[in-house]
Structure formats: C-alpha cells, structure tokens
Design a protein around this ligand. Structure first.
Ligand code: GLU
Length: 305
C-alpha cells in the first residue's frame, strides 16, 4: 500500500484540476442536488491496509453499483439456474434500453443493465421473506457495517420518474420472465438503487470479490471462488453499459459504475478501489472516475492484463 499512496495523491491532485466535461445525472431529480465538485478515492487491499483521499468518507447514491450486490445474493440463492433468466453478454446499448429485449424474448443481456437487474430483483423477491430488510441485512453483514441504508428521498424520486423502468418490467413480464407482480419488483429495484455508501465503504464491501479468503464477521463465506470469478468476468465485460470495452481497454480491471458517479474496480487477489466524482460522460460513467483509474492502473502497472 505504501507505494500506492503517493501515486494516488499525485493523480488525485492532477485529475481534480482538469476541467470536467461531464454532467450530473438529473433524470432522477434527487440526484441533481449533489455537489458536483465532490471527488473521493479509497482503496483497500487483501492485507486489510487502506488509504483514501478527498471526499472518501462522504456517502452518496451508489445506484447501479448495488446491482453487484443484488446479483451476488441472487447467485448465492438461485445458483446456476439464474443464467436461464438473465444472460452474461455485453449489451453494447445504454443501461435503460429496450432494444434487445424484443428480439431476445424478454431475457436481458446481462444483470448490470436495468432490465437484467429488474429480473434479478424478481428472483430475490421469490426467495426472500422481507426482501428490502433481508437485502439490507445481507449488505450490512458483508461490510460489517450497520449504518448502511437506503435513501428514502432517492427511492421516492426514482418512483416519481420511473416510467421507463416500470415499462421495462412490464415488457419483460409479457414474455413470462417476471414471476411476481410488477409493483413490488419495481419498488424493490428502486430501493436497491437508492443504497448510499462512501468510497471507503464501497472499497470494503466488495473485498469478497478480491480476496478468496474473505468471510464475514459471522464466519460466512459469500461466494465460492468459481462464483466470484464469474462475477468479476461479467463486470469486465458488462460493468460500464455501452462503454465496457472502453473501460477494459483504458483501465484493465473488472469494475462497475453507477449514475451517482461512483465506480468500483477490483484487482483479484490484490485490492478493491472506489472512486466518486458525480459528473458523467455521455455513456453515463463518471468522467473523472474513469480518468483517475486509467492513470492509476497505468502508473502502478496493476491491471489484470
Ligand atoms: N436507478 C437507476 C435507474 O434505474 C440506475 C441506473 C444506473 O446507475 O445505471 O435508472
């Protein structure tokens, strides 16, 4: 970790001063209230050493990054049958696109676009007694952090503006790939998206994808090695909407972004790094977040390739 600190500080100072050509997401009105100048980084490694700069302790709306947690729980509960309901192919389309659903007969291309995450929510709803509470408890156990919570304001804002997600859910149900009623599936989906965490909390909660030895404070393992490998593979190929190739090309790590401007990236067997900068590029990924990570893996020569 010692040799990463100076590199992180240097790149942080450099990227902070670069003009941000992105824009804050405002299609969910509540997200537009964020202070766009926030910029935070936090890294945790497999020896439990950690380091952060900037606004790394400030909680923000993690949005689609939470799709990684819902997928993990669904994979744990449903096993390989999950892949009958949702595919593992990059979509090459925006996160909220309908395009392929028609020709793919309601089977979403992957679990990280909205359609795929909505099917994952339906799977969870069929397994969990109290979905919202049980999912939160799962996140709290992995992170050993009882403060994790949903943002009521963001959930409500997503509901008020969620015409497209409701339509996607209805559309998939028309093909028979949603088993529960649309309203509770979408309500659960909006809650999951409204989860709030800081960069520090993000880099801690996803250590189970970086460290084969990881178990929770209650002694539970989250995923088998082979399952963790698969989730990392889906992140590498599908974690950045229609810019997943670009992220792999420039950064070279499995990762996942959210429209709140957060990104997490995993170096299996080494570390998990989280970056937050709210302004997004045209593909809805954090502009400065991607830039930071590109410089970070280049200067530390720590990509998986
Ligand atoms: N809640 C957002 C939506 O459903 C998540 C989008 C994202 O971060 O990719 O539109």
């Amino acid at each position: 970790m010692e040799n990463y600190k100076k590199i992180i500080e240097d790149i942080y100072a450099e990227v902070k001063n670069i003009e941000d050509i992105g824009t804050v997401a405002n299609y969910i009105p509540e997200l537009a209230f964020v202070d766009a100048s926030n910029f935070g980084i936090h890294i945790t490694n497999t020896n439990n050493a950690s380091f952060g700069v900037g606004n790394f302790n400030k909680k923000f709306s993690i949005q689609s990054i939470s799709k990684l947690l819902s997928l993990t729980l669904a994979y744990k509960l449903e096993g390989e049958k999950l892949w009958d309901r949702v595919d593992v192919e990059p979509s090459g389309n925006p996160f909220n696109s309908f395009l392929q659903l028609e020709t793919d007969l309601g089977k979403p291309r992957n679990p990280f676009i909205n359609s795929g995450a909505i099917v994952v929510c339906d799977v969870l709803l069929s397994h969990l007694k109290n979905p919202k509470e049980d999912f939160l408890e799962f996140c709290r156990e992995i992170s050993n952090n009882a403060t994790l919570n949903y943002s009521k304001k963001v959930t409500q804002s997503e509901k008020d503006s969620g015409f497209r997600n409701n339509a996607i859910c209805n559309f998939i149900k028309s093909f028979g790939n949603i088993n529960n009623d649309v309203a509770p599936v979408i309500d659960f989906y909006f809650h999951i998206c409204s989860l709030e965490m800081s960069c520090k909390e993000l880099s801690e909660i996803f250590m189970f994808l970086a460290n084969d030895e990881f178990s929770t404070s209650k002694g539970n393992k989250i995923l088998s090695m082979s399952q963790a490998k698969r989730i990392n593979a889906i992140m590498l190929t599908c974690g950045f909407y229609d810019e997943s190739g670009e992220f792999a090309f420039r950064v070279g790590l499995p990762g996942k972004s959210g429209v709140g401007g957060g990104i997490i990236a995993i170096h299996p067997d080494k570390y998990c790094i989280a970056v937050w900068s709210p302004k997004l590029n045209e593909q809805s990924n954090s502009y400065k977040g991607m830039l930071f990570l590109e410089k970070f893996t280049t200067r530390t020569t720590s990509s998986i390739f």
